[in-house]
Write a new protein. Structure first.
Length: 421
């Protein structure tokens, strides 16, 4: 059990840095750190500032290897195969831009892949000459349908060298059957790169059991670390070819052979230092694990509260709007259909004017109504995404959903919207 009930009491005690007048229902985008974790982060900044030479030349590596050790244990990853980078975008770039792809190699990805990863794939296509294969994915869709699409690709003449897929998609926020897709990659000899930006702290991850080729997850979203902090895992057979971004003074060429002892930590040693920057998140990782265990009552308590709240929110808002929600994809985030026809919205008009619509929406949500929930047009419908966290309670979403509806009402009546036609 948590030491203080989740919801408003928990927010008032452990999330005091949040402005008291906001309704934060978008944890999934940037995360929020509880006070004990953010305080440890700030203290680490102050510690390094008191004697920079001491920190960078001796203390930094102690903190790095301890952080790697505890997070490896948490994720059941073999020590030496998991390191820490800035964010999931950096992690995916690290793998894709390090791996020795050749012209004509094929990379498969889902149509719901995060934009920054898509751009990285486009970069490889233009720079290296890889061929890209998009796997169309539309929701609602069940796991068997998704696995069948990837299986069909793997059994075809277009079998890719590498497959990039998510644990939980950003938008729409659907849980992907990544365990089955990872096993499928092994079966067909395809490299697996799992973009788990939304995973650690949200769903259980067991890398010893999963055994992907590559995996990453932000720790600053659902694991309560300050941004940016992300784990990057690489199977040991790939340690020679994965290098830091940027290349720094820990670089070793792929061909360099080390003693068995040094080879065991080759990967994490290379990533121990990638230039002078803020490394304060390293000291906060053990504090985040301690907070989750001792203050929150453990992973199951966190999941049960957040998932239960997400389910309740999905049912309430969809009932209030007389619409639907993506039912089998509910984790601690949920997509609820916005009644765009009732509101008089034209999805095609919104899509053609997405920049102006986004500016209007952000101005209203962030500054006027003090709550923000991201929206997406997908498969002919308009959805809003709500994220649920231990500092939230049901009333946050009653308010936020009312404001989402009101913003679109105001948009339809605005001169801006009339100018689109």
């Amino acid at each position: 059990m948590p030491v203080v009930p989740f919801g408003k009491p928990f927010r008032e005690k452990y999330f005091t840095k949040l402005d008291p007048d906001i309704y934060p229902v978008n944890h999934g985008s940037y995360g929020v750190s509880p006070d004990p974790v953010s305080d440890a982060y700030i203290e680490a900044i102050n510690f390094s500032a008191r004697y920079p030479d001491r920190f960078y030349l001796t203390e930094h590596k102690k903190q790095y290897y301890e952080a790697v050790r505890v997070v490896s244990e948490f994720l059941k990853a073999e020590y030496g195969s998991l390191t820490i980078v800035d964010n999931a975008t950096a992690a995916v770039n690290t793998v894709l831009r390090s791996y020795p792809f050749q012209k004509g190699d094929k990379i498969a990805y889902s149509s719901t892949t995060y934009d920054s990863c898509n751009y990285t794939l486009q970069f490889l296509k233009n720079r290296v000459g890889v061929e890209l294969i998009e796997v169309p994915t539309l929701y609602p869709s069940d796991d068997d349908e998704i696995v069948a699409k990837w299986t069909k690709l793997f059994e075809s003449e277009d079998r890719p060298k590498l497959a990039l897929f998510d644990t939980i998609i950003s938008q729409p926020c659907a849980r992907v059957p990544f365990e089955k897709l990872t096993a499928l990659c092994k079966q067909y000899g395809v490299l697996s790169l799992i973009d788990g930006a939304h995973s650690v702290g949200l769903i259980p991850i067991d890398l010893e059991s999963l055994q992907p080729d590559f995996y990453c997850s932000n720790l600053h979203k659902w694991f309560y670390l300050p941004p940016g902090c992300c784990v990057l895992y690489a199977d040991k057979k790939h340690h020679h070819v994965i290098h830091t971004m940027p290349i720094s003074n820990m670089y070793l060429d792929d061909s360099v052979e080390l003693s068995p002892q040094l080879e065991a930590t080759r990967f994490i040693d290379r990533f121990s230092f990638a230039g002078t920057k803020c490394y304060a998140h390293l000291a906060a990782i053990p504090k985040a694990i301690q907070f989750r265990e001792e203050v929150c009552g453990g992973e199951e308590e966190i999941w049960n509260y957040c998932h239960g709240l997400a389910q309740k929110v999905a049912e309430y808002v969809s009932s209030k709007w007389n619409t639907s929600y993506l039912k089998h994809t509910v984790t601690t985030m949920v997509n609820v259909e916005i009644p765009y026809q009732e509101l008089g919205l034209d999805i095609d008009l919104l899509a053609r004017n997405v920049g102006a619509v986004t500016k209007f929406y952000l101005t209203k949500s962030l500054h006027e109504y003090k709550t923000h929930a991201p929206c997406i047009a997908h498969n002919g419908k308009l959805y809003v995404r709500f994220s649920c966290q231990i500092y939230n309670e049901f009333e946050d979403y009653v308010y936020a959903s009312d404001k989402v509806y009101k913003i679109f009402q105001e948009l339809v009546k605005s001169d801006l919207y009339k100018s689109f036609k």
